[in-house]
Ligand binder design. Structure first.
Ligand code: ADA
Length: 625
């Protein structure tokens, strides 16, 4: 399926469908792959993965995808756009390599000459092996399966010599419905560009503006502009045309900022009610069809969520289009998971991290749903060795897009060795160990009180730990050093084996998970210091097959199982998020009714909220060993 932007005038083709397939296995190194003299005996779906189905389940090696494409007789430039592949790929056109990517999950594109003749052979060699040296972005330790395949749609376009790449749309004055259009253009011969702009289906207006380093900027008001929010997900389109090319982008008018410890959407404080979501399905890996994406969003809506944390890689553009349209707020992060000192200080890894993070921002720049950019889930942010990469990534994101909030999910709020009952005695606990929170706008913490190794084995009531730890955390982040930054609980939860029920509500039962998730949501909402929570996780997801902590080869913390069948925790989330949503709407009407001479302050609004009335007390968090 096509996602925005669209290029209405270009000769283009969606290359999704059935491709020829040949399995080379482990016979060649990635660098040695050459698509000549291969017999293609199999077939494979694009989008799709080759290692989820019965023939190659769990195999690692190289798979070759091939198809014929028709370009017509006219010579000229072609652009191939891949929505995301994994784990690495090399692309060949009539036997010649035209590009390669090591950025799993990232949307990438390649421009090249079509060459002679109307028909061409396109081969994509996909490698799902995970070499250690130099490190790939993906590592075998990551707690989600590293599939091999072409995960998302492939599109081919004929590129006009002067062409429009993207139009970035930034809201610069919400009240006046004013946006800045930043138009990226290539191949124009003069220093000035003649172009027209049309918002929605209105009248085109002509402009002439200077081209500076391939960019043209213009500030405009959106006629009859309507503001985007989860409750009113109003969207607009803008079509920019030059001689021979034209692009349509979709966007939303909205602002997002962090002020006085709060996240503000369109100037109003937000309480995020979220779930973490992988792009995953047991039969399909990360190659989800639109129908499943829509169903997932329907489940999230049914639970009363307004927030999705996209764990742990750049998301499918089609999914983000749906989030824009259905009114979800999204955290998008680049690929990473628990990366240690050796990885974060490896120059190759750092380079790949920066490339994929910049690409993520560029690709998703116009989604109003995306409010937070993030990176490096649970890396070693307590270590000074992490600092250079964290600085590099925050700098890169701010250069690409200063308009959104920046964060990363940290599980380094206290060092692991400090987590023992004796150390936790009042006054002796170690304060926040993470060294990089100063770099970002939102402090985000992953913690698992009452689950995994974040458990005090001497306690007979592990559930009590949930509110204690969250209260401690709220206190730590209320000190002068942190108090101005919003705090988000980016992961909390527990796993359960689907269908495992127990009267004693023991570990791994759906009952224990439901109790813990309920306790977590209630505790987060009772602390005024927190701007919201994302429960780990939406549905069970395939992970490495041999981990002892991961029964069935799945991360079982889903409130739905892998086939989206609800567990007991689903109803708990629904009840608590639903209640908070209703409070939100009452609050909204109260605000409307209130006669205020100027915009209410953040603390005035917080005081209005009955959920935000509990004073904060005690400590911090730790990470599992
Ligand atoms: C971490 C991690 C998740 C998942 C979780 C778990 O918090 O960020 O991806 O692995 O732990 O269930 O262990």
């Amino acid at each position: 399926m096509k996602a925005y932007p669209i290029y209405p005038q270009r000769q283009s083709e969606l290359l999704d469908g059935v491709w020829d397939f040949a399995w080379l296995g482990e016979s060649l190194r990635f660098e040695e792959i050459a698509p000549q003299s291969i017999t293609y005996k199999g077939v494979m779906a694009v989008p799709g993965v080759f290692d989820a189905g019965p023939e190659l389940a769990g195999q690692r090696g190289v798979g070759l995808y091939r198809r014929t494409v028709y370009t017509g007789l006219k010579p000229g430039r072609i652009r191939l756009r891949f929505g995301g592949m994994g784990l690495r790929a090399r692309i060949f056109w009539d036997g010649l390599e035209i590009g390669a990517t090591e950025l799993a999950y990232s949307g990438v594109q390649f421009d090249f000459d079509a060459g002679k003749g109307p028909h061409h052979e396109l081969v994509v060699a996909v490698d799902n092996r995970i070499p250690e040296n130099p490190p790939l972005l993906f590592s075998p330790e990551y707690d989600f399966y590293g599939y091999g395949g072409i995960y998302r749609s492939v599109e081919m376009e004929r590129l006009p010599s002067a062409h429009l790449n993207r139009v970035q749309v930034h809201t610069i004055d919400l009240e006046k419905r004013k946006v800045r259009l930043k138009i990226s253009v290539d191949g124009v011969s003069s220093d000035e560009l003649d172009f027209t702009v049309v918002f929605d289906e209105k009248e085109p207006v002509a402009f002439k503006r200077p081209v500076v380093d391939g960019w043209v900027t213009v500030d405009l008001s959106v006629p009859r502009g309507r503001v985007w929010s989860p409750e009113t997900p109003n969207l607009h389109t803008v079509t920019v045309a030059i001689a021979g090319d034209c692009i349509t982008e979709r966007f939303g008018l909205r602002t997002i900022e962090a002020r006085k410890g709060r996240i503000l959407l369109n100037g109003q404080p937000l309480l995020l009610r979220g779930l973490n979501r992988h792009e995953a399905h047991p039969e399909l890996g990360p190659a989800l069809p639109t129908s499943i994406m829509i169903e997932d969003l329907q489940y999230l809506r049914d639970m009363g969520c307004n927030f999705i944390r996209g764990a742990h890689y750049p998301m499918n553009q089609q999914f983000l289009d749906l989030c824009d349209r259905m009114g979800f707020l999204v955290w998008e992060e680049s690929l990473g998971w628990g990366d240690d000192e050796a990885r974060v200080s490896d120059e190759h890894f750092m380079e790949l991290q920066e490339m994929q993070t910049r690409l993520m921002v560029r690709n998703s720049i116009n989604h109003p749903s995306v409010i937070i950019w993030a990176f490096l889930n649970e890396a070693c942010s307590q270590s000074p060795a992490s600092r250079p990469l964290y600085e590099r990534l925050t700098r890169a994101i701010r250069q690409e897009d200063p308009s959104r909030l920046l964060s990363y999910a940290s599980n380094r709020t206290i060092p692991p060795t400090s987590y023992s009952p004796s150390r936790r005695k009042k006054g002796t606990r170690v304060k926040v160990a993470d060294l990089n929170f100063d770099l970002v706008d939102v402090i985000s913490v992953n913690l698992y009180p009452g689950w995994l190794s974040d458990i005090d084995w001497e306690t007979i009531r592990p559930l009590d730990m949930v509110s204690e730890r969250l209260a401690e955390l709220a206190e730590d982040f209320s000190t002068a050093k942190y108090k101005d930054k919003p705090v988000l609980i980016s992961e909390i939860g527990a796993a359960s084996l689907p269908g495992c029920h127990d009267r004693l509500r023991s570990y791994w039962s759906e009952e224990y998970q439901a109790d813990l998730v309920g306790e977590a949501i209630r505790s987060v909402f009772s602390q005024n210091r927190f701007s919201g929570v994302a429960i780990w996780q939406m549905y069970d997801t395939r992970t490495f097959a041999n981990g002892t902590r991961k029964a069935r080869g799945f991360n079982n913390a889903g409130v739905l199982d892998e086939y989206r069948r609800p567990k007991l925790a689903y109803e708990v989330v629904k009840e608590l998020y639903g209640k908070s949503k209703r409070t939100d709407s009452k609050l909204a009407s109260a605000k409307k009714a209130a006669v205020v001479s100027r915009r209410p302050s953040v603390s005035q609004l917080a005081a209005l909220d009955p959920e935000n009335c509990v004073p904060t007390t005690a400590t911090s968090g730790n990470w599992r060993g």
